[in-house]
Design a protein around this ligand. Sequence first.
Ligand SMILES: [Zn+2]
Length: 430
Amino acid sequence: MIRLKPVLETPPRECPNCHSTLTAAGFLIAGMRNLADFQCPQCKSEFYGDLPAGQGLYTPILLDKKSGAAYDDYNVGWFSGWLVDSYKQRTDEPLGFEVRKFSEVKDKVVLLNCLDILYGHSLLKLLNAQHYTDYQSDVSLIVMLPPFLEWMLPDGAAEAWVIDLPLRRGTEWNDWLVNEIGERLKSFPEVFLSVAFSHPHSSDFDIERFTRVSPFPLENFGHQKKPVITFIWREDRLWETEIRLSPTRFEKIKQHLGVSQERTGEQTRKIIKFAECLRGEFSSLDFAVVGIGKANNLPDWITDLRLTKLDATAERHWCERYAASHMVVGVHGSNMLLPSAHAGSVIELIGEDRWGNYLQDILFRVSDSREMFFRYRFVPTSTTPEELSRLALTLLRYEDFRRLMSPEFCRHREKYDLKEWQSVGRGNRD
Ligand SMILES: [Zn+2]
């Protein structure tokens, strides 16, 4: 936690002009950016600097108030660019701001700011909430979040501040919000800011505390005759072989072509082929497609749960489907966060352009490391439906191999129970 009040505690920052240590006069929360208001005691230059929360924890940017130029010691153009642009275009337009009160607020408050421009980033920040409700009983948790995340607010927060800032405006610097938050925090003598880890550790949250949906019971993974598989659909990043062009040229071509009907049609054909291959092995296969998109063009035996508009009921319904799934399959991205958190296993199609973001979209269910390798598989987006189905079948059919590598199976016992061990051998291979 970073102390904001009564005295702001920030790590020392150096003036980029004269190298003196900057002094912080105060803090401001301008939207997704949590900032300190700095002044140089020597050359009198003034700056705003990221407080150590979220991305600002490891790549804090400094912004010159006068020129609007960024000092980016970490070479993260996307993160410094958001700050520069939002400062240039700052607004004081009032925002929808609703306060939900759940319990009496203690003198000591921690603020968890979940605002962001990316859906996955917002959701991941929210998962930090459980740490405070479970382990910091001396502080009251106040969660700042956009309306689309409210359904996932866990019990135990003292207040939620629901701020109507749509994702597309997620980087916005809003001076009205700066004042509103500043005013509201005046009544609390001691205020902290959550560090809001961008990728909180799996052991620090239980997904059902957020979605109210219990994940797939892993003990039921084997011996199924009717596997439940769910493909996670998205249209802005498709299951297709990557085009190896320079990023700029690729972007230009994508802009020109958009996500054409033809390309999503090809994805549909692949999904059907994949499901058909599995159905050849399991005649009573339960296969569904879930994601943002128009429901159409799928055979009757595939359940089409795609939607173009989401609300809390639909989100929870989707989570129930993930939690009923032995396996979820989909292309890398934040679309995989909730599916991976609830399903029994995951196969992810990942393109070379996303290798740098490996694992960032998977909410692991912690277990033994060998079991985890078994249940999470990553394959290139060039994988064919036939190859993908063979991999999926391996997971479904050879579950007993996972069990014989499990800590329970490999535990030395004083008294051997051969029956118990051999029950694994009988497994579910027909
Ligand atoms: Zn200076």
